[in-house]
Design a protein around this ligand. Sequence first.
Ligand SMILES: NC(=O)c1ccc[n+]([C@@H]2O[C@H](COP(=O)([O-])OP(=O)(O)OC[C@H]3O[C@@H](n4cnc5c(N)ncnc54)[C@H](O)[C@@H]3O)[C@@H](O)[C@H]2O)c1
Length: 417
Amino acid sequence: MVRTVGVVGLGYVGLPLAVAFAREGCEVIAVDIDARKVEAVNAGRSYIEDVSAEELAEVAERIHATTRYERLADAEAVLLCVPTPLTRNREPELGSLIDAVRALAGVLRAEQLVVLESTTYPGTTRERVAPLLEESGMTAGRDFHLAFSPERVDPGRTDFTLRTTPKVLGGLTEACAERAEALYRLVCDQIVRVSSPEAAELTKLLENIFRSVNIALVNELAMLTDRMGIDIWEVVDAAATKPYGFMRFEPGPGMGGHCMPVDPFYLSWRAREFDMTTEFIELAGKINQQMPYHCVAKAQRALNDIGMSVKGARVAIIGVSYKPGVGDVRESPALKIIALLRELGAQVVYHDPHVPALTEMALTSVPLEQALADADLALIVTAHPSVDHELVARRARLVVDLRGVTRASSTENVVRL
Ligand SMILES: NC(=O)c1ccc[n+]([C@@H]2O[C@H](COP(=O)([O-])OP(=O)(O)OC[C@H]3O[C@@H](n4cnc5c(N)ncnc54)[C@H](O)[C@@H]3O)[C@@H](O)[C@H]2O)c1
């Protein structure tokens, strides 16, 4: 039987998911409000690193991208992968989700399965999504099925894929979970069913909060070891030799991306309704937000040590995306670092093979050798595997390495976080 699956939101989560179902022989109705993405998908052009042009081409005839929700009436299941960011006040911004659900409610058919994949607070599926879909006149769990299943992709990662990463899901009813499980079995080897959408929603948040808190812990230690004159990388390396009871987390310039700096606050916002303050989340957020300031202070001291001020210094930022191997600059600490350096009067250029331009900052990536030749300081903010950091350490006059990638080179011009 040929199955038809709808995917709403063709971003980092939605496009790989659409390709995965198409690869299993499903027809995929792929909806996005961004006409450029729709056009790109239909033309076989991928704009997501994890989906190669070849992969997209292989399944192109089965992915039907459109801006029109009406096409979803043909799908037996619709997966919602729209953004769930924060407002300026760090509160959940569910505008895209609500727009998407409203539009879906207008075309929803009996017997369809709807699964929310976007990261959100516990209660969203039942309290926000279900009532809006029920404006169709149908009842969730009876006339149509509804579940939550968080996306766990880690963009740029190749050792774990959608297929090999267990998929957590919670249905509004047992039958909803059954339906969702049967669907995801097509693209995932292992399904982890939990008892409710709320448990699935919180599972995703726990995973991200766990990372955020542990990164904050090691970042706080990095600020302390800076004062103590101890090398944090040496300490982390040594602690990581313990075969049990320790998990390695790396210090760095702060957290970026669409998930880590955002998702934990979905829970702290929800917790307030239950008269709880989630101290770990707030504290981790506070420490991680401090890191760009600490890193700029570190760069300032390094320049000072060679008799230079930040004002007028030519600084080459090496790597501006939020993590290695991807071109995503959302919430990237590099943006904050560039802004802070500019405020202090530095002349900033950058090199990033994954980010051709930072339009809002009126910058374009310059070739590495040129960036190094012209700079007073090379600041390694994101360590892409394709960049030769040993070359950076050898060529640059002064290097501040915020990622510990120059540990093998003992040149005197290198200062590490
Ligand atoms: N990026 C990740 O690594 C990752 C990992 C796990 C979970 N998530 C979660 O998945 C969700 C999606 O994230 P993403 O990174 O794919 O976002 P994205 O911004 O890359 O993609 C979202 C897409 O949704 C589209 N969209 C917005 N409103 C829409 C609407 N009303 N109807 C149709 N399309 C609409 C946008 O145009 C965009 O193409 C978020 O909740 C995020 O937290 C992301």
